[in-house]
Design a protein around this ligand. Structure first.
Ligand SMILES: Nc1ncnc2c1ncn2[C@@H]1O[C@H](COP(=O)(O)OP(=O)(O)OP(=O)(O)O)[C@@H](O)[C@H]1O
Length: 630
């Protein structure tokens, strides 16, 4: 993508924001109109038939309410993540406006939402809501970026690909983290950037570890750093790596959205722990008492005057308390060397703070409009991610068609090539046979398995008598066996019952061999196949999810079902090879896949996947299986 002028680019961004907003609003309206008919849960953006199971007072005076299904059954597959904006509505009166809230915790059977007001309903439903607040902030940042001058304009033009990124001499660095040579090289490269540098982190190569060291070194050199990522989970992963390196790190954002173990580093808790907070709370209490006393004053000659005085005193006391509170918040922020936040930045809170260095982790999950709030605060910027894995999620097909799925990092790698990035090449996850295909196809064959994982197998973690039978890599071909795909009844998603049956057998075999359910993942590209398998395999600890749900994760053993099997050779969204790159790189010690070579093999990418399994001696056919299964 290239734009002739910054204005043309920002016009495009504003259009994308409008398209995305309209698509989100339309989706919500459609789902609400569906009511409870036609299974609105299938969208993954709605959960119906919920009851309030528990509640407690949350941080900042909110209610934290746990919703469950009536008999405590498992919640359906959904995209309501911690931090997602939602609407809680009364199922008996869907015409009424619901209560806006934010998902603060989720388990397989309960979803907790932080709400300002108590939802007055017995039967509730929760819908993912359009994220208007984020869009307004992004629009504001775009409008401000159009006006910037001087060094800020230069940085903006570099990010637009209109100016060449500049690099100074690489600094001498005394490393405090044990890094491998490509990681050390990447840290020095990032620190030498005058405006922009990119760290390319293929699966399992320690991208977040490396980015944390970049931040650490910048802090040692005296810089303040803003550390961001597109999602709360990604911010917390970065925060987790930063905490041991930089003691003065503050996580901005509603504590309900932050991993429990990291809440001690949130702004709210740090403010709470400040000495002055006791005095502030005392001031609020006193103000309450004054109000109570004022309300109790009985009729007397000067009652009105006295009441007025007490209310006045309470008001002054509250306003002093608020002022003091603001002061403490700003003090905590000032004392931080690193501030961590999602890319939806609270501009009111951060004021006009600018940072010599801004880093963005998982930058390939960010869209173009999401970039600019962070850029406006940066002197220089380091992006880390992997453009060979899944791109950002986009709802509007029109915006996607026009290019909104191309992340700024992917665009910049395309524009400037090798000059702008360093690739990490040693991976700490996969046996080398599992890694090699992805390395050759996506990373110029540059990936190397660290000695600690290169030859590791299930045999190392299983009881000795069963260990030898476990393959490292296996592809089971269903060609010609009639294991056809089908549409889920009443739905659009695809599933493959015979492949699902095979998956069930494989999971049982791994469990019988002594593997824990927590060590196994079942991955399917299609939600319908995931639903089918979750129904058939109700095993605690076993994770069954879509590829998109598994990005950034790993398991000892992975079972992958490709689903597509049809005479037309249609492979739908499997055609995006990055989806399969993610799926094929989640397993540490064992990867078993099943698919139809006659359907998949018409696509050049899948033909090379199949060839790889053949070369590795890992190709099998379901015709080898017991006849009764066919
Ligand atoms: N130099 C190193 N030596 C030993 N282990 C390392 C090194 N660098 C990273 N690791 C390990 O590799 C694993 C992945 O690291 P990290 O979470 O930083 O990777 P990532 O590339 O961000 O992950 P993902 O692939 O999920 O995006 C971690 O367990 C980490 O401890």
């Amino acid at each position: 993508m290239a734009w002739a002028t910054p204005d043309a680019y920002f016009d495009q961004l504003e259009r994308w924001l409008e398209l995305e907003g309209a698509a989100e609003r339309q989706r919500l309206t459609q789902r609400m109109q569906q009511g409870r008919s036609g299974d609105p849960e299938r969208s993954g953006e709605t959960i119906v038939n919920l009851r309030i199971a528990d509640h407690r007072s949350g941080l900042g005076g909110r209610y934290l309410i746990d919703f469950t299904k009536p008999a405590g059954e498992r919640l359906p597959m959904n995209r309501l993540k911690v931090g997602s904006p939602v609407v809680v509505s009364n199922e008996k009166n869907l015409g009424e406006a619901g209560q806006p809230g934010v998902v603060s915790r989720r388990t397989s059977t309960a979803i907790q939402v932080a709400l300002e007001n108590w939802p007055d309903a017995k039967h509730c439903r929760i819908d993912l809501s359009p994220d208007e607040r984020t869009r307004i902030r992004q629009q504001g940042a775009i409008a401000r970026t159009r006006q910037v001058t001087g060094s800020q304009a230069r940085l903006a033009e570099t990010l637009l690909g209109l100016q060449e990124p500049r690099f100074g001499p690489e600094p001498l660095v005394g490393f405090s983290t044990h890094l491998n040579p490509p990681q050390e090289d990447a840290v020095r490269f990032a620190l030498s950037a005058r405006d922009l540098a990119i760290l390319h982190g293929p699966p399992g190569t320690g991208k977040t570890t490396t980015l944390a060291e970049v931040v650490h070194q910048a802090v040692i050199a005296g810089d303040k750093v803003l550390a961001c990522a597109p999602s709360n989970t990604a911010v917390d992963n970065l925060l987790e790596r930063l905490v041991p390196l930089v003691p003065t790190v503050v996580r901005v954002g509603h504590p309900a959205r932050v991993f429990e173990a990291l809440r001690g580093h949130t702004l709210d808790e740090l403010v709470e722990a400040d000495e002055s907070t006791k005095i502030i709370q005392e001031m609020y209490r006193e103000a309450e008492q004054l109000i109570c006393s004022a309300e109790k004053i009985s009729r007397s000659r000067d009652a009105y005057r006295r009441r007025g005085e007490l209310f006045g005193e309470a008001k002054t006391l509250r306003s002093h308390a608020r002022q003091l509170e603001r002061h403490v918040v700003q003090q905590v922020l000032d004392s931080a060397d690193v501030i961590c936040t999602t890319m939806t930045i609270d501009d009111e809170l951060l004021g006009d703070r600018r940072f010599p260095l801004v880093v963005i982790d998982e930058a390939c999950q960010s869209t173009e409009p999401a970039l600019w709030q962070a850029v406006l605060r940066a002197d220089r910027i380091v992006l880390a991610g992997d453009h060979c894995q899944l791109p950002p999620t986009v709802l509007s097909s029109e915006a996607a068609h026009e290019g909104l799925r191309i992340s700024p990092m992917e665009r910049l790698v395309g524009r400037f090539g090798d000059a702008i990035f360093r690739r990490l090449t040693v991976q700490y996850r996969m046996h080398e046979s599992i890694m090699r295909f992805s390395s050759e196809h996506f990373y110029n064959g540059e990936l190397v398995a660290d000695v600690s994982v290169k030859q590791h197998t299930l045999a190392d973690i299983l009881p000795t008598d069963t260990a030898e039978e476990q393959p490292i890599l296996e592809f089971w071909d269903t060609a010609g066996a009639g294991w056809d795909e089908e549409l889920e009844p009443d739905g659009e998603s695809k599933r493959n019952p015979k492949e699902a049956g095979w998956v069930v057998t494989q999971v049982k075999q791994l469990l019988d061999a002594g593997l824990e359910a927590e060590q196994i993942a079942v991955i399917a590209p299609y939600a319908a196949q995931v639903r089918l398998l979750r129904n058939r395999l109700r095993i605690d600890g076993l994770e069954i999810d879509t590829v998109d749900g598994f990005q950034g994760r790993e398991k000892e053993a992975v079972i992958l079902t490709f689903v597509r099997s049809n005479p037309m050779g249609e492979i739908g969204f499997l055609a995006d090879a990055r989806r399969s790159n993610v799926a094929l790189t989640r397993a540490k010690r064992s990867l078993r896949a099943i698919g139809d070579s006659a359907t998949l093999g018409g696509d050049a990418f899948y033909a090379s996947v199949l060839e790889y399994f053949q070369i590795e001696g890992a190709y099998r056919s379901v015709w080898e299986l017991d006849d009764t299964l066919l």
